[in-house]
Structure formats: C-alpha cells, structure tokens
Design a protein around this ligand. Sequence first.
Ligand SMILES: Cc1ncc(COP(=O)(O)O)c(C=O)c1O
Length: 261
Amino acid sequence: SYWSGGPEVTRLEKTIAAFVGRKYAVTFNSGTTAQFALMLAIGVHAGDEVIVPSFTYISTANAVLFAGGKPVWADIENHTFGLDAEDVRRKITPRTKAIMPIHFAGCPCADIDQLVKIAKLHHLRLIEDAAQSLGSKLNGQMVGSFGDAAMFSFCHDKVITAGEGGIAVTDSNSIYQKLQAIRQNYSFRMSTLTASLVLAQFGRIKQHIAARRKIAAKYHQLLNGIDGIRLPVVPTGGRHIFQKYTIRIDPRLRNRLADYL
Ligand SMILES: Cc1ncc(COP(=O)(O)O)c(C=O)c1O
C-alpha cells in the first residue's frame, strides 16, 4: 500500500545507494532491524561467531544474538575508537562467520582497509555498522562502501533523522534479495511518511555536516591545550562528520567535570 511502499521509499533507497556508492539499498524501520536482517541475510546461525567491537551501541552485539549467533568482542584502538585489526586477527576461530566494525560517532574506522583484507583472507563477511556515520569518508571513499554490506540509522540523534528508521546497503544481489524478503516477513518496513522525512533532511545533508564540522573546529580551538582533556583524533585521510564530539578526560578530573556540568 502507499503507506509502507510508496514512491518515497524507493526514491530514498536509490538516493542513499547512489550517495554511498553501492548498487542496492533497502530501508527498514530502524537501524537495529536493518542490522539484524543483515545477520540473517549473510546466514549467521546458531554457533556462528561474529567479531564486534567492545565499545559500541548494544545493537551491534544484539543483532548477532537475535540471529542465534555469538558476538565475540575485540578491542578498539586507542586513538579513534575503531575496531582494532590486530585484536580481530587474534579473535578469529573456525566458527567465525563475519566481522562487524563500527564507524564511531561519525569517524571512519581507521583500520577498515586492514579489516577488509583480513575478511578476504579468512573468507569472512565484513558488515559495516555505519549507523552513526552517513557521509563520513576514508581516503575519499564513503563509509558503508568498504565491506560486503553496511547499515545506517535515522534515529533521533543521527545527522539525518526521522525519529526512527534505518537502511542497509550492498553491492550483492543475493544479499539484496534476502534483505527484501526478511523485511517483508518480519514486518520491518519503513513507512512512506518516514521515508519522506528522511528524503527532506537528506536534501540538506551537506549543510548539516558542514555545520557540525564548523562547530567541532570551534570546540577544538577552545579546548586545545587544556590539561587533562584529549580531543577527538581523525585518522589520516579521514573525513569526520562529528555525529558526536567525544573528548577523553583524565580519570582524576572526570567525576569533578561531570558534577560541574
Ligand atoms: C553504532 C550503532 N549501531 C546501531 C544502531 C542502531 O540503530 P537504531 O537506533 O536506529 O536501531 C545505533 C543507534 O544508535 C548505533 O549508534
């Protein structure tokens, strides 16, 4: 019906696929359902392991659990909070099916190229959790276009939001077909109204990102050099969209700052 399968839904899918540089996109009613559908689409079953970062939003691990798989935590690297390729290598077992790095807070995962290589070498799927990072890039390449597939969220605190919503992208026709079937069977459809909201916001994505980067630069200028504060680090060749501006505080000052705020 028009309410859930209107032309805005198809238009949004085409728009995001083209923006990220992928062949296909499938809208969902949340980022979490898109992520869960991706786990089903790549065939995560009971006993399969998926390597996920120890620092992320809960759905990265839950999507694996919902599919019956086992999330296996790997560490993050200390500079940009991305999944650490070295630790991923240590966590691979004969049961590993996939690796799911996240692009944290708008920052591209610094080790993504290495993770792609590791996945190829071990015949694993690489699924990018790009929920927070629509529009961020590494070496000119959009996040969401490195792995076999990726997902983005349009929930309340993302750069483009419609209150709720999500989308999965891929170049694989087989993953695409499966995602469409799963969305229908589980009733994970995005409403046409939501798609219209996302499309309207997407028309201003360049301005949204430019404004965030400008504010981040201002924070940087004002906070730089203050003892006990470490500012966000952008990987070489990376374009951060600052979905969040995360600082690290000396543990001796952290509680005092929290109380003050
Ligand atoms: C890293 C990450 N993955 C997945 C999700 C899930 O998206 P949603 O809240 O739309 O279900 C989020 C949402 O906050 C997220 O931040």
